[in-house]
Write a protein that binds this ligand. Structure first.
Ligand SMILES: C[S@@+](CC[C@H](N)C(=O)[O-])C[C@H]1O[C@@H](n2cnc3c(N)ncnc32)[C@H](O)[C@@H]1O
Length: 220
């Protein structure tokens, strides 16, 4: 990502804390370029669950992704900020919504980035199945999650999420981290599942999990 693009996104965020967080996140975390790459040929609307400050949406728009985007988050402050920074964008919407209460109707791509750790195992399973049901044929469900395994990276991931709660950056402490096998078991019935490391310059045990739904067979 070029520095001017990075700087222009960070400058949209008014508060000092948000501004520095966004600038550092864009500089060090490979998450948004990875999602952009996954969505590059998509013509589908996107549902972004736990959208936070709306950073993914702004990043996608800054890189030419013009499909409609709906971001949902249960933190009203973050939704207010996302609405504020996206005022000039079209087909970009943010709503206050707790994903544990079910998901709105949608058929397209779906993202779940760095939020599963706040859900219990049963809530994670429900959310993943609901998200997979809203992923259109030929579209993708894109997830980033820390994976529970014996690595030092996993221990650092838990410590980082606890710190985010202590500093009040996150409303909740982490509850449960899924394993790679959880994703394979739950999502393989819907299509092709790929799991790969995605931690960039961070010390966390983050992985990108993608479900690609098959296109229906073309009639002969
Ligand atoms: C680590 S942040 C990730 C933000 C965003 N996905 C990103 O990658 O830029 C986790 C987000 O999940 C949101 N969240 C946690 N539990 C949620 C829930 N039950 N429903 C909706 N959002 C939730 C938090 O408010 C927070 O904004």
């Amino acid at each position: 990502m070029s520095d001017p693009t990075l700087t222009s996104i960070a400058h949209r965020y008014p508060g000092k804390w948000d501004h520095h967080y966004v600038a550092a996140k864009l500089r060090t975390d490979p998450l948004y370029p990875a999602v952009l790459s996954e969505l590059k040929n998509s013509t589908h609307p996107l549902l972004d669950l736990g959208c936070g400050l709306g950073l993914l949406a702004l990043f996608l728009r800054a890189h030419g992704h013009q499909n409609p985007i709906l971001g949902l988050d249960y933190d009203p402050r973050k939704i207010q900020t996302a609405l504020h920074v996206s005022q000039t964008e079209t087909h970009l919407h943010f709503q206050h919504h707790d994903a544990r209460q079910g998901l709105p109707p949608h058929l397209g791509d779906v993202t779940i980035l760095d939020i599963l750790q706040f859900f219990t195992p049963a809530q994670q399973e429900k959310l993943l199945l609901e998200a997979a049901a809203r992923t259109a044929p030929g579209a993708k469900l894109i997830i980033r999650s820390g994976l529970r395994d014996p690595s030092l990276r996993f221990k650092i991931t838990v410590a980082g999420d606890l710190l985010a709660k202590c500093t009040l950056w996150m409303k909740a402490a982490p509850t449960h981290y899924p394993t790679a096998e959880d994703f394979t078991r739950l999502l393989t019935p819907f299509g092709t599942v790929k799991i790969s490391p995605l931690w960039g310059k961070t010390p966390f045990n983050n992985h990108l999990i993608t479900l690609t739904k098959p296109n229906p067979p073309t009639p002969t």
